[in-house]
Design a protein around this ligand. Structure first.
Ligand code: GLU
Ligand code: MG
Length: 476
Protein backbone atom coordinates (compact mmCIF):
# COMPACT_ATOMS: atom_id res chain seq x y z
CA UNK A 1 0.00 0.00 0.00
CA UNK A 2 1.37 3.40 -0.95
CA UNK A 3 0.08 6.72 0.23
CA UNK A 4 0.67 9.81 -1.85
CA UNK A 5 -0.22 12.93 0.05
CA UNK A 6 0.08 16.47 -1.18
CA UNK A 7 3.56 17.82 -1.74
CA UNK A 8 5.28 19.24 1.27
CA UNK A 9 3.35 17.32 3.89
CA UNK A 10 4.95 13.94 3.61
CA UNK A 11 7.33 11.51 2.17
CA UNK A 12 4.84 8.72 1.63
CA UNK A 13 4.85 7.24 -1.79
CA UNK A 14 8.55 6.69 -1.20
CA UNK A 15 7.99 4.10 1.50
CA UNK A 16 9.35 1.41 -0.78
CA UNK A 17 12.88 2.77 -0.55
CA UNK A 18 12.86 3.33 3.19
CA UNK A 19 15.37 0.52 3.60
CA UNK A 20 18.19 2.78 2.47
CA UNK A 21 17.06 6.18 3.77
CA UNK A 22 15.62 6.69 7.23
CA UNK A 23 12.08 8.02 7.50
CA UNK A 24 13.30 11.17 9.20
CA UNK A 25 15.58 12.10 6.32
CA UNK A 26 12.68 11.93 3.90
CA UNK A 27 10.46 14.34 5.82
CA UNK A 28 9.89 18.00 5.07
CA UNK A 29 11.79 20.52 7.23
CA UNK A 30 8.79 21.25 9.52
CA UNK A 31 8.38 17.56 10.32
CA UNK A 32 12.11 17.16 10.92
CA UNK A 33 12.05 20.06 13.39
CA UNK A 34 9.09 18.41 15.08
CA UNK A 35 11.03 15.17 15.51
CA UNK A 36 13.93 17.10 17.03
CA UNK A 37 11.53 18.71 19.49
CA UNK A 38 10.12 15.33 20.42
CA UNK A 39 13.65 14.16 21.30
CA UNK A 40 14.63 17.31 23.17
CA UNK A 41 11.41 17.52 25.17
CA UNK A 42 11.33 13.83 26.03
CA UNK A 43 7.99 13.17 24.33
CA UNK A 44 7.16 9.48 24.19
CA UNK A 45 3.60 9.46 22.87
CA UNK A 46 2.03 11.77 20.31
CA UNK A 47 -1.76 11.83 20.15
CA UNK A 48 -3.32 12.23 16.70
CA UNK A 49 -6.65 13.88 17.53
CA UNK A 50 -9.80 14.41 15.48
CA UNK A 51 -13.41 15.28 16.29
CA UNK A 52 -16.19 12.91 15.27
CA UNK A 53 -19.77 13.60 14.22
CA UNK A 54 -20.90 13.27 17.83
CA UNK A 55 -18.58 16.17 18.71
CA UNK A 56 -16.32 13.85 20.72
CA UNK A 57 -12.55 14.39 20.55
CA UNK A 58 -10.97 11.02 19.81
CA UNK A 59 -7.61 9.80 18.59
CA UNK A 60 -4.77 7.34 18.55
CA UNK A 61 -1.22 7.95 19.74
CA UNK A 62 2.02 7.14 17.97
CA UNK A 63 5.01 6.04 20.01
CA UNK A 64 8.16 8.11 19.50
CA UNK A 65 10.02 5.37 17.63
CA UNK A 66 7.29 5.17 14.98
CA UNK A 67 6.55 8.86 14.71
CA UNK A 68 8.74 9.65 11.70
CA UNK A 69 6.90 7.06 9.66
CA UNK A 70 3.47 7.95 11.04
CA UNK A 71 3.86 11.61 10.14
CA UNK A 72 3.65 10.52 6.53
CA UNK A 73 1.46 7.45 6.55
CA UNK A 74 -0.79 8.50 9.39
CA UNK A 75 -2.35 5.82 11.59
CA UNK A 76 -5.00 3.50 10.20
CA UNK A 77 -8.50 3.93 11.55
CA UNK A 78 -11.83 2.30 10.80
CA UNK A 79 -14.33 4.31 8.74
CA UNK A 80 -16.96 3.21 11.27
CA UNK A 81 -15.67 5.61 13.91
CA UNK A 82 -17.27 8.54 12.08
CA UNK A 83 -20.61 6.77 12.59
CA UNK A 84 -20.07 6.35 16.35
CA UNK A 85 -22.33 8.49 18.52
CA UNK A 86 -21.46 10.09 21.85
CA UNK A 87 -22.77 7.02 23.70
CA UNK A 88 -20.35 4.82 21.72
CA UNK A 89 -23.23 3.28 19.80
CA UNK A 90 -23.04 2.75 16.07
CA UNK A 91 -26.06 3.59 13.94
CA UNK A 92 -26.00 2.08 10.46
CA UNK A 93 -24.41 4.47 7.95
CA UNK A 94 -23.72 3.29 4.39
CA UNK A 95 -19.99 3.64 3.74
CA UNK A 96 -19.14 3.54 7.46
CA UNK A 97 -19.62 -0.12 8.23
CA UNK A 98 -17.13 -2.66 9.56
CA UNK A 99 -15.22 -2.77 6.27
CA UNK A 100 -13.01 0.12 5.23
CA UNK A 101 -10.08 2.12 6.46
CA UNK A 102 -8.97 5.73 6.55
CA UNK A 103 -5.80 7.31 7.86
CA UNK A 104 -5.40 9.76 10.71
CA UNK A 105 -2.78 12.03 9.19
CA UNK A 106 -1.48 14.65 11.60
CA UNK A 107 -0.87 18.29 10.73
CA UNK A 108 2.68 19.01 11.95
CA UNK A 109 1.84 22.72 12.28
CA UNK A 110 -0.45 21.83 15.20
CA UNK A 111 2.13 19.93 17.26
CA UNK A 112 2.02 20.82 20.98
CA UNK A 113 3.53 19.10 24.03
CA UNK A 114 0.68 18.61 26.51
CA UNK A 115 1.47 20.32 29.82
CA UNK A 116 -1.18 18.28 31.64
CA UNK A 117 0.06 14.94 30.31
CA UNK A 118 3.84 14.71 30.87
CA UNK A 119 5.59 12.79 28.13
CA UNK A 120 2.71 13.29 25.67
CA UNK A 121 2.13 15.71 22.82
CA UNK A 122 -0.76 16.16 20.40
CA UNK A 123 -1.45 17.06 16.80
CA UNK A 124 -4.78 17.62 15.08
CA UNK A 125 -5.30 15.10 12.34
CA UNK A 126 -7.07 14.96 8.99
CA UNK A 127 -8.97 11.88 7.92
CA UNK A 128 -7.60 10.76 4.58
CA UNK A 129 -8.43 8.07 2.10
CA UNK A 130 -5.78 5.43 1.51
CA UNK A 131 -4.65 7.28 -1.63
CA UNK A 132 -3.94 10.32 0.52
CA UNK A 133 -6.82 12.48 -0.64
CA UNK A 134 -9.14 14.07 1.96
CA UNK A 135 -11.85 11.60 2.98
CA UNK A 136 -15.38 12.81 2.17
CA UNK A 137 -16.19 12.82 5.89
CA UNK A 138 -13.05 14.63 7.12
CA UNK A 139 -14.18 17.53 9.34
CA UNK A 140 -10.98 19.57 9.04
CA UNK A 141 -11.24 19.35 5.26
CA UNK A 142 -14.81 20.62 5.43
CA UNK A 143 -13.64 23.74 7.25
CA UNK A 144 -10.61 24.11 4.99
CA UNK A 145 -12.89 24.02 1.92
CA UNK A 146 -15.22 26.61 3.44
CA UNK A 147 -12.25 28.90 4.08
CA UNK A 148 -11.07 28.36 0.49
CA UNK A 149 -14.52 29.40 -0.77
CA UNK A 150 -14.32 32.56 1.33
CA UNK A 151 -10.82 33.25 0.10
CA UNK A 152 -11.85 32.75 -3.55
CA UNK A 153 -14.29 35.63 -3.15
CA UNK A 154 -11.68 37.90 -1.60
CA UNK A 155 -12.67 37.59 2.07
CA UNK A 156 -10.93 36.48 5.23
CA UNK A 157 -12.42 35.71 8.61
CA UNK A 158 -11.08 36.05 12.14
CA UNK A 159 -12.67 33.78 14.70
CA UNK A 160 -12.66 33.31 18.46
CA UNK A 161 -14.57 30.81 20.56
CA UNK A 162 -15.66 32.17 23.94
CA UNK A 163 -16.10 28.99 25.97
CA UNK A 164 -17.63 28.58 29.39
CA UNK A 165 -17.31 25.47 31.53
CA UNK A 166 -18.20 24.08 34.92
CA UNK A 167 -15.41 23.23 37.33
CA UNK A 168 -16.31 20.64 39.88
CA UNK A 169 -15.82 17.17 41.24
CA UNK A 170 -17.40 13.95 40.10
CA UNK A 171 -19.53 12.56 42.92
CA UNK A 172 -20.24 8.84 42.76
CA UNK A 173 -23.97 8.43 42.50
CA UNK A 174 -26.45 5.61 42.50
CA UNK A 175 -26.61 4.68 39.69
CA UNK A 176 -24.98 7.65 37.94
CA UNK A 177 -22.27 10.12 38.98
CA UNK A 178 -23.15 13.77 39.49
CA UNK A 179 -21.02 16.81 38.78
CA UNK A 180 -20.69 18.84 41.99
CA UNK A 181 -19.55 22.42 41.20
CA UNK A 182 -16.41 23.56 42.96
CA UNK A 183 -18.06 26.64 44.48
CA UNK A 184 -21.27 28.64 44.71
CA UNK A 185 -19.68 32.00 43.94
CA UNK A 186 -21.76 34.74 42.36
CA UNK A 187 -21.41 36.04 38.82
CA UNK A 188 -18.12 37.89 38.23
CA UNK A 189 -17.72 37.81 42.02
CA UNK A 190 -14.21 38.21 43.37
CA UNK A 191 -14.78 35.22 45.69
CA UNK A 192 -14.93 33.04 42.59
CA UNK A 193 -11.46 34.21 41.54
CA UNK A 194 -10.14 32.86 44.85
CA UNK A 195 -12.02 29.57 44.97
CA UNK A 196 -10.82 28.58 41.49
CA UNK A 197 -7.46 30.38 41.61
CA UNK A 198 -5.07 27.43 41.62
CA UNK A 199 -6.92 25.76 38.76
CA UNK A 200 -7.23 28.99 36.76
CA UNK A 201 -3.49 29.69 37.02
CA UNK A 202 -2.59 26.18 35.90
CA UNK A 203 -5.08 26.36 33.05
CA UNK A 204 -3.81 29.73 31.89
CA UNK A 205 -0.20 28.55 31.85
CA UNK A 206 -1.13 25.29 30.14
CA UNK A 207 -3.01 27.13 27.38
CA UNK A 208 -0.30 29.73 26.85
CA UNK A 209 2.38 27.03 26.65
CA UNK A 210 0.44 25.53 23.71
CA UNK A 211 0.35 28.87 21.91
CA UNK A 212 -3.25 29.73 22.82
CA UNK A 213 -3.22 33.37 23.81
CA UNK A 214 -5.55 33.99 26.70
CA UNK A 215 -7.63 37.15 26.50
CA UNK A 216 -9.89 37.28 29.59
CA UNK A 217 -10.86 35.16 32.54
CA UNK A 218 -13.73 35.45 35.04
CA UNK A 219 -15.93 33.36 37.30
CA UNK A 220 -19.31 33.16 35.52
CA UNK A 221 -22.90 33.13 36.73
CA UNK A 222 -23.29 29.40 37.45
CA UNK A 223 -21.89 27.53 40.41
CA UNK A 224 -18.34 26.53 39.54
CA UNK A 225 -18.77 28.17 36.13
CA UNK A 226 -15.66 29.67 34.52
CA UNK A 227 -15.07 31.63 31.36
CA UNK A 228 -11.66 32.03 29.82
CA UNK A 229 -11.40 33.31 26.28
CA UNK A 230 -8.71 32.97 23.64
CA UNK A 231 -7.52 35.58 21.11
CA UNK A 232 -9.00 35.36 17.60
CA UNK A 233 -7.25 33.44 14.85
CA UNK A 234 -7.85 32.31 11.28
CA UNK A 235 -10.71 29.76 11.15
CA UNK A 236 -8.77 26.48 11.00
CA UNK A 237 -6.41 27.61 13.71
CA UNK A 238 -9.33 28.81 15.85
CA UNK A 239 -11.08 25.43 15.55
CA UNK A 240 -7.83 23.54 16.29
CA UNK A 241 -7.31 25.83 19.27
CA UNK A 242 -10.80 25.06 20.52
CA UNK A 243 -10.08 21.33 20.46
CA UNK A 244 -6.83 21.89 22.38
CA UNK A 245 -8.75 24.14 24.77
CA UNK A 246 -11.36 21.47 25.49
CA UNK A 247 -8.64 18.92 26.09
CA UNK A 248 -6.71 21.27 28.36
CA UNK A 249 -9.70 22.36 30.47
CA UNK A 250 -10.37 18.71 31.28
CA UNK A 251 -6.77 17.54 31.47
CA UNK A 252 -5.73 20.20 33.97
CA UNK A 253 -8.77 19.48 36.14
CA UNK A 254 -8.02 15.74 36.16
CA UNK A 255 -4.46 16.33 37.35
CA UNK A 256 -5.94 18.26 40.27
CA UNK A 257 -8.44 15.51 41.12
CA UNK A 258 -11.27 17.65 39.75
CA UNK A 259 -13.63 17.29 36.80
CA UNK A 260 -14.34 20.08 34.34
CA UNK A 261 -17.19 19.94 31.88
CA UNK A 262 -17.85 22.08 28.81
CA UNK A 263 -21.22 20.37 28.29
CA UNK A 264 -23.97 22.88 27.48
CA UNK A 265 -25.94 22.14 30.65
CA UNK A 266 -24.09 19.70 32.91
CA UNK A 267 -25.81 20.60 36.19
CA UNK A 268 -29.58 20.75 36.60
CA UNK A 269 -30.92 24.18 37.46
CA UNK A 270 -27.63 25.94 36.72
CA UNK A 271 -26.86 28.31 33.82
CA UNK A 272 -25.56 26.70 30.66
CA UNK A 273 -22.09 26.70 29.15
CA UNK A 274 -21.93 28.45 25.81
CA UNK A 275 -19.05 28.75 23.37
CA UNK A 276 -20.17 31.91 21.62
CA UNK A 277 -18.53 32.32 18.25
CA UNK A 278 -16.98 35.74 17.56
CA UNK A 279 -16.51 36.54 13.90
CA UNK A 280 -15.11 39.44 11.95
CA UNK A 281 -14.93 39.64 8.17
CA UNK A 282 -11.88 41.18 6.53
CA UNK A 283 -10.58 41.91 3.07
CA UNK A 284 -8.11 39.35 1.72
CA UNK A 285 -5.11 41.32 3.02
CA UNK A 286 -6.63 41.45 6.49
CA UNK A 287 -6.27 45.24 6.58
CA UNK A 288 -9.91 46.32 6.56
CA UNK A 289 -12.81 45.10 8.71
CA UNK A 290 -15.63 44.69 6.20
CA UNK A 291 -18.39 44.50 8.82
CA UNK A 292 -17.86 48.08 9.91
CA UNK A 293 -20.00 50.81 8.43
CA UNK A 294 -20.02 54.29 9.92
CA UNK A 295 -20.48 54.93 13.68
CA UNK A 296 -20.18 51.30 14.75
CA UNK A 297 -23.06 50.35 12.44
CA UNK A 298 -22.99 47.30 10.23
CA UNK A 299 -21.80 47.88 6.66
CA UNK A 300 -23.93 46.59 3.76
CA UNK A 301 -21.63 43.57 3.51
CA UNK A 302 -22.04 43.06 7.23
CA UNK A 303 -25.83 43.13 6.87
CA UNK A 304 -25.68 40.53 4.10
CA UNK A 305 -23.36 38.29 6.13
CA UNK A 306 -25.77 38.51 9.08
CA UNK A 307 -28.63 37.93 6.63
CA UNK A 308 -27.00 34.63 5.66
CA UNK A 309 -26.60 33.59 9.29
CA UNK A 310 -30.21 34.44 10.19
CA UNK A 311 -31.60 32.74 7.07
CA UNK A 312 -29.78 29.47 7.85
CA UNK A 313 -29.92 29.68 11.65
CA UNK A 314 -32.56 26.99 12.30
CA UNK A 315 -30.40 24.52 10.36
CA UNK A 316 -27.11 25.89 11.62
CA UNK A 317 -27.95 25.18 15.25
CA UNK A 318 -28.06 21.47 14.39
CA UNK A 319 -24.31 21.86 13.90
CA UNK A 320 -23.37 24.67 16.32
CA UNK A 321 -25.42 23.24 19.20
CA UNK A 322 -24.98 19.61 18.33
CA UNK A 323 -26.26 17.62 21.30
CA UNK A 324 -29.55 16.84 23.00
CA UNK A 325 -28.18 18.69 26.04
CA UNK A 326 -27.55 21.84 23.92
CA UNK A 327 -31.26 22.56 23.77
CA UNK A 328 -31.64 22.83 27.54
CA UNK A 329 -29.33 25.82 27.29
CA UNK A 330 -31.11 27.69 24.47
CA UNK A 331 -33.87 29.23 26.51
CA UNK A 332 -35.04 32.82 26.94
CA UNK A 333 -33.42 35.05 29.58
CA UNK A 334 -30.19 33.13 29.80
CA UNK A 335 -28.11 35.21 27.37
CA UNK A 336 -27.70 32.13 25.24
CA UNK A 337 -30.39 33.22 22.72
CA UNK A 338 -33.69 31.56 21.90
CA UNK A 339 -34.77 33.58 18.85
CA UNK A 340 -33.32 33.97 15.36
CA UNK A 341 -32.69 37.69 15.31
CA UNK A 342 -29.82 40.15 15.62
CA UNK A 343 -29.24 43.39 17.44
CA UNK A 344 -26.57 45.77 18.66
CA UNK A 345 -25.24 44.53 22.01
CA UNK A 346 -28.40 42.48 22.44
CA UNK A 347 -27.53 39.50 24.66
CA UNK A 348 -30.84 37.78 23.91
CA UNK A 349 -30.36 37.93 20.14
CA UNK A 350 -28.79 34.97 18.35
CA UNK A 351 -26.41 37.36 16.61
CA UNK A 352 -25.12 40.19 18.76
CA UNK A 353 -23.42 43.07 16.96
CA UNK A 354 -20.70 43.88 19.48
CA UNK A 355 -20.05 47.54 20.06
CA UNK A 356 -16.61 48.36 18.67
CA UNK A 357 -13.73 48.70 21.12
CA UNK A 358 -12.03 50.93 18.60
CA UNK A 359 -13.32 52.59 15.41
CA UNK A 360 -13.79 50.11 12.57
CA UNK A 361 -13.52 46.97 14.76
CA UNK A 362 -17.08 45.60 14.56
CA UNK A 363 -17.48 41.89 15.25
CA UNK A 364 -20.41 39.50 15.45
CA UNK A 365 -21.14 37.14 18.31
CA UNK A 366 -23.12 34.03 17.46
CA UNK A 367 -24.67 32.91 20.75
CA UNK A 368 -26.31 29.61 19.82
CA UNK A 369 -22.95 27.80 19.81
CA UNK A 370 -21.49 25.46 22.42
CA UNK A 371 -18.55 23.15 22.99
CA UNK A 372 -20.46 19.94 22.30
CA UNK A 373 -20.37 20.86 18.60
CA UNK A 374 -17.73 19.61 16.23
CA UNK A 375 -15.97 22.98 15.79
CA UNK A 376 -14.83 22.20 12.23
CA UNK A 377 -18.35 21.41 11.07
CA UNK A 378 -20.00 24.23 12.98
CA UNK A 379 -17.56 26.89 11.85
CA UNK A 380 -17.49 25.57 8.28
CA UNK A 381 -21.28 25.72 8.14
CA UNK A 382 -21.31 29.24 9.61
CA UNK A 383 -18.89 30.35 6.89
CA UNK A 384 -21.04 28.81 4.16
CA UNK A 385 -24.14 30.52 5.59
CA UNK A 386 -22.41 33.91 5.76
CA UNK A 387 -21.08 33.51 2.21
CA UNK A 388 -24.56 32.66 0.99
CA UNK A 389 -25.76 35.91 2.54
CA UNK A 390 -22.99 37.86 0.79
CA UNK A 391 -23.62 36.25 -2.59
CA UNK A 392 -27.37 36.68 -2.49
CA UNK A 393 -27.23 40.04 -0.72
CA UNK A 394 -29.62 38.75 1.91
CA UNK A 395 -31.39 41.24 4.14
CA UNK A 396 -31.41 40.32 7.84
CA UNK A 397 -34.43 42.55 8.54
CA UNK A 398 -34.60 45.09 11.32
CA UNK A 399 -32.21 44.85 14.27
CA UNK A 400 -33.96 43.97 17.52
CA UNK A 401 -33.13 46.24 20.45
CA UNK A 402 -35.26 44.61 23.15
CA UNK A 403 -35.46 41.11 24.62
CA UNK A 404 -37.35 39.27 21.83
CA UNK A 405 -39.10 37.20 24.49
CA UNK A 406 -40.75 40.39 25.78
CA UNK A 407 -42.38 41.05 22.39
CA UNK A 408 -45.86 39.79 21.65
CA UNK A 409 -46.27 36.99 19.11
CA UNK A 410 -47.67 39.59 16.71
CA UNK A 411 -44.72 41.92 17.16
CA UNK A 412 -42.28 39.07 16.61
CA UNK A 413 -44.17 37.98 13.48
CA UNK A 414 -44.07 41.55 12.16
CA UNK A 415 -40.29 41.65 12.66
CA UNK A 416 -39.88 38.15 11.21
CA UNK A 417 -38.35 36.90 14.46
CA UNK A 418 -38.75 33.14 14.98
CA UNK A 419 -38.01 30.86 17.91
CA UNK A 420 -34.91 28.72 17.39
CA UNK A 421 -35.48 24.95 17.25
CA UNK A 422 -36.33 23.74 20.74
CA UNK A 423 -34.90 20.22 20.42
CA UNK A 424 -32.11 18.46 18.57
CA UNK A 425 -34.69 16.66 16.43
CA UNK A 426 -36.30 19.98 15.42
CA UNK A 427 -32.89 21.36 14.49
CA UNK A 428 -32.10 18.24 12.45
CA UNK A 429 -35.43 18.62 10.63
CA UNK A 430 -34.42 22.19 9.77
CA UNK A 431 -31.01 21.00 8.59
CA UNK A 432 -32.58 18.35 6.39
CA UNK A 433 -34.78 20.97 4.74
CA UNK A 434 -31.90 23.41 4.19
CA UNK A 435 -30.80 22.40 0.70
CA UNK A 436 -27.91 24.81 0.66
CA UNK A 437 -26.27 23.47 3.84
CA UNK A 438 -27.05 19.86 2.93
CA UNK A 439 -25.27 20.41 -0.38
CA UNK A 440 -22.32 22.06 1.38
CA UNK A 441 -21.97 19.07 3.73
CA UNK A 442 -21.95 16.58 0.88
CA UNK A 443 -23.58 13.13 0.75
CA UNK A 444 -21.41 11.01 3.06
CA UNK A 445 -20.95 13.65 5.77
CA UNK A 446 -24.60 14.69 5.90
CA UNK A 447 -25.85 11.11 5.95
CA UNK A 448 -23.50 10.21 8.77
CA UNK A 449 -24.12 13.39 10.75
CA UNK A 450 -27.88 13.01 10.59
CA UNK A 451 -27.72 9.32 11.51
CA UNK A 452 -25.41 9.92 14.46
CA UNK A 453 -27.45 12.82 15.78
CA UNK A 454 -30.83 11.15 15.23
CA UNK A 455 -29.52 8.13 17.15
CA UNK A 456 -28.47 10.37 20.04
CA UNK A 457 -31.85 12.11 20.08
CA UNK A 458 -33.62 8.74 20.21
CA UNK A 459 -31.30 7.29 22.88
CA UNK A 460 -31.72 10.23 25.25
CA UNK A 461 -35.48 10.49 24.62
CA UNK A 462 -35.77 7.02 26.16
CA UNK A 463 -33.93 8.08 29.34
CA UNK A 464 -34.30 10.63 32.14
CA UNK A 465 -32.54 13.93 32.81
CA UNK A 466 -29.93 12.43 35.16
CA UNK A 467 -28.81 10.06 32.38
CA UNK A 468 -28.53 12.94 29.93
CA UNK A 469 -26.54 15.16 32.31
CA UNK A 470 -24.21 12.32 33.30
CA UNK A 471 -23.34 11.31 29.77
CA UNK A 472 -22.82 14.88 28.61
CA UNK A 473 -20.52 15.91 31.47
CA UNK A 474 -18.69 12.58 31.12
CA UNK A 475 -17.97 13.18 27.43
CA UNK A 476 -17.78 16.98 27.05
N1 GLU B 1 -23.91 31.27 29.89
C1 GLU B 1 -24.51 31.95 28.79
C2 GLU B 1 -24.74 30.97 27.64
O1 GLU B 1 -25.10 29.87 27.89
C3 GLU B 1 -23.72 33.15 28.34
C4 GLU B 1 -23.52 34.21 29.36
C5 GLU B 1 -22.70 35.33 28.82
O2 GLU B 1 -23.20 36.18 28.10
O3 GLU B 1 -21.48 35.31 29.04
O4 GLU B 1 -24.58 31.29 26.51
MG1 MG C 1 -20.01 34.22 29.52
Amino acid sequence: MVLSLTAGTCYAGRMKDRHDVSEAQQLDPASRRLLERVEIEGIELVRFLYVDHGGVVRGKAAARGRLAERLGTGIGHTVAMMAMNMLDRLPAVPGMGPVGEVRLVPDPATFVPLPYAPGAAAMLADLRDLDGSPWAACPRSFLRDAVAALDAEGYALLVAFEPEFTLGRRLPGDPLDRLAPVDDSACYAATGFDTAHDYAMRLLRALESQGLRVEHYHPELGHGQQELSIRPAAPLRAADNHVLYRETVRGVALRMAMWASLAPKPVAGQPGNGAHLHLSLWDAEGGRNLLAGGDGELSDLGRHFVGGLIAHLPALVALTCGTVNSFRRLSPRSWSSAYACYGPDNREAAVRICSPLSPGSVNLELKPSDSSANPYLSLGAVIHAGLDGLRRRLDPGEPVDVDPDDLSETARARLGVHRLPATLDEALDALESDEFLMEALGPLRRTAYLAVKRSEAAAFAAQDEAFELFHHFRVF
